[in-house]
Design a protein around this ligand. Sequence first.
Ligand code: 1CP
Length: 333
Amino acid sequence: MTPIKNCILNKDTSINPIWLMRQAGRYLPEFREIRKKNTNFVKLCLDSKLSEEITIQPIDRFGFDAAIIFSDILMIPYGLGQEVEFKKNFGPCLGNIDLDKFEKLDDELLTNKLSPIYDLLENLSKNEKLKNRDLIGFVGAPWTLLVYMINKVSPKNGLSNTFFKDNILIDNLLNILDKFIKKHIRNQIRAGATIIQIFDSWAGLINTNFDKYLYKPTSSLVDYTKKLGVPVICFPRGIKDYVEFCKIVKPSMINIDYNTDLKKLLNDVDIPIQGGLDPKILLTDKNNLKIEATKYLEFFNNHPYVFNLGHGILPETEIEMVRELVRIVREFK
Ligand code: 1CP
């Protein structure tokens, strides 16, 4: 059994597997090299050959215990027919929503549009370098996708005033997303994903109607994935109450952010835990990294724990610091 599955399914506390969110990305010079020549990000995600190379880059360098496919959560809006563009030094920009078109769309069309992602997974599952490693497929949670689809740009400066104005639009989109995200999960598993992670990067923006925006849509995906026999990791970044979330949603493992109250978590959560370290720690120095990483390792010494960060690795992170982190984690037990 792979180290991460052993941790999730057997609750093994004798090792701490490690992988990092956004491990295939901009902090790697070899990724930047490819990216420079491929200015259209969506196209790059649909190039299964290059995506395979990018997925493997961090495995080659650091020997992480899992590969996460090089793709993006916004490939679902793209697959639904909404325009998605990643602008340099700005981030994603989405086009207008055509609800009629979404409602008429059938599953096959989405599968066809996203087929290079499934080719990528099929090729990766045959890749020798991933032997005894997990291959993580992922989706954005309905709330986070709703945010990008309606807000059209990153909500890092807040949601637009009119965000909640059109209830019919929101309800319809949540239904459509539930259906197509499930299709994408199923396709990824069929093509070889051994674990699914659900990224709810903007869950922290929800301050009302938690059932409607957080618990119900996420539970629906978690139940679905578990029924397919595949472990599912949730990352509802920035929520106040991870304990409540775990009780209601029951993921196979929970990824925490760096503001999570660890004591409360350890007392009240009995599922395996992943992540937590502030990615900014990787921008400091090796001594400090050792102190901060060891805090997590010691804290979760007797709890099944997969080492990861409390959000994606930052583009300015130095390779040497990542190497040091892997060394610290590998030497701990
Ligand atoms: O070169 C570039 O400019 C592209 C940067 C980049 C990369 C490397 C983007 C644009 N997406 C990705 C890959 C990616 N995205 C992966 C696979 C690689 C890996 O994890 O190793 C994954 C899992 C994602 C998931 C993703 N995309 C999330 C959830 C995780 C998170 O960081 O919160 C989100 C919110 C996105 C949207 C997105 N895609 C890209 C950017 C710059 C953003 C965020 C924009 C924002 O700030 O709102």
